[in-house]
Design a protein around this ligand. Structure first.
Ligand code: HSE
Length: 371
């Protein structure tokens, strides 16, 4: 069995990954070893059959004993450790959830329902670095997979509604604290309370010095934040830039027609599911019923939601989707503002298909071919 070293298994993405690996019995076909940046030597029970002794995640000599290293430890760890391992002539496979390597020419962004052929070819050619894509990119590509297969897309404008989980576990907690602080400021809520007075209390609380906003630097509960990640010189946020470049890299890798993607990325007070309102310019007129069919049947994960009020409210929201592998896709209709413009609203779990699932599946691809 291949030796697989897992780093960052305790974090949020790592925990979801381990959960999924148990669900799919992945541990039965690998010899798994767990590394820690802070508690090497300690014992953990992650595998059902035995306790594991944690290995030192900064010990290159231990790491190079692995055939595959899978890191959910974050970009700083990748920057620190991968190069020294390659310097030691380690020729194993590095599978990573962080963004650090994504745009490197020797790394492939993996989203196997879209680019499995390219992954197979890259394995044959000796590629060793595999990286999961940005969450909004992976979720969007799976949502509109049917249009991609038919090469129907000229461009996409994606307006995102991104959950707190994308910023990290501590940010999710900060969102909950903010929610608590806002509702705590409403102790005197009564059926006959004046809504304007209640609203004033909320407004005062979210803008007061004592409101908790150490991580987000702004109120998210009861509000939103229209910027995610760093500022780039062209006015885009880094998150918006990733949407375009990563989509193109994934599509081109597999010989699909690439298209431009741009739009505004916005953080909202959802917990772990990202939503996106897509405006899609089609390159030809196509009947709406056929578009619906293409989207609905593209892959096993699309949960197509007919464009009506009841089904949209019930099935097309973070509340309905979180914790599920399915990606809800709905509000599909032709827009009235121009020719061949389609609207799509899609919601997917940021920690599953948005982060852990593509790297879990890549690990399986590598272990199935036995290297
Ligand atoms: N960058 C994403 C976000 C998460 O901030 O929501 C990871 O892809």
């Amino acid at each position: 069995m291949l030796k697989v070293g897992i780093i960052g298994w305790r974090g949020m993405v790592g925990s979801v990954l381990i959960q999924r690996m148990h669900e799919e019995n992945d541990f039965e076909s690998i010899d798994a070893h767990f590394f820690s940046t802070s508690q090497s030597g300690g014992k953990v029970r992650i595998l059902k059959s035995q306790e594991s002794t944690l290995l030192d995640a900064f010990d290159a000599d231990e790491l190079i004993k692995m055939d595959i290293l899978l890191s959910c430890q974050g970009g700083d760890y990748t920057k620190k450790m991968l190069h020294p391992l390659r310097e030691k002539n380690w020729s194993g496979h590095w599978v990573d959830a962080a963004s650090t390597l994504r745009m490197n020419s020797d790394a492939m962004i993996v989203l196997d329902p879209i680019n499995k052929e390219a992954i197979d070819k890259a394995i044959e050619k000796g590629n060793k670095n595999w990286v999961g894509g940005n969450c909004t990119v992976s979720l969007m590509l799976l949502a509109i997979h049917g249009l991609i297969k038919k090469d129907l897309v000229e461009w996409v404008s994606s307006m995102t509604y991104q959950a707190a989980s994308g910023a990290g576990a501590q940010n999710m907690k900060e969102l909950l604290i903010q929610m608590g602080e806002l509702s705590g400021s409403l102790d005197n809520i009564k059926p006959d309370s004046s809504i304007l007075d209640l609203d004033k209390d909320v407004q005062l609380m979210m803008n007061s010095e004592r409101f908790t906003k150490k991580l987000f630097n702004a109120p998210l509960a009861g509000s939103l934040i229209p910027w995610i990640d760093e500022e780039l010189e062209n006015g885009q946020s880094r998150e918006e830039w990733k949407g375009g470049v990563e989509t193109n890299k994934i599509l081109k890798s597999n010989g699909h027609k690439a298209f431009n993607v741009d739009g505004l990325c916005v953080r909202i007070g959802a917990m772990r599911s990202h939503s996106q309102a897509l405006t899609i310019k089609l390159n030809k007129d196509y009947p709406i019923k056929e578009i619906e069919l293409l989207i609905a049947s593209a892959n096993p994960w699309v949960n197509f939601v007919p464009n009506n009020k009841e089904k949209s409210i019930k099935n097309l929201s973070p509340a309905a989707v979180s914790g599920k592998l399915s990606i809800s896709v709905g509000r599909v209709r032709k827009l009235n503002v121009g020719e061949n413009l389609l609207s799509v609203f899609t919601v997917g779990d940021q920690l599953l298909w948005g982060a852990a699932e593509p790297v879990r599946r890549m690990l399986n691809i590598l272990t199935n071919i036995k290297l």
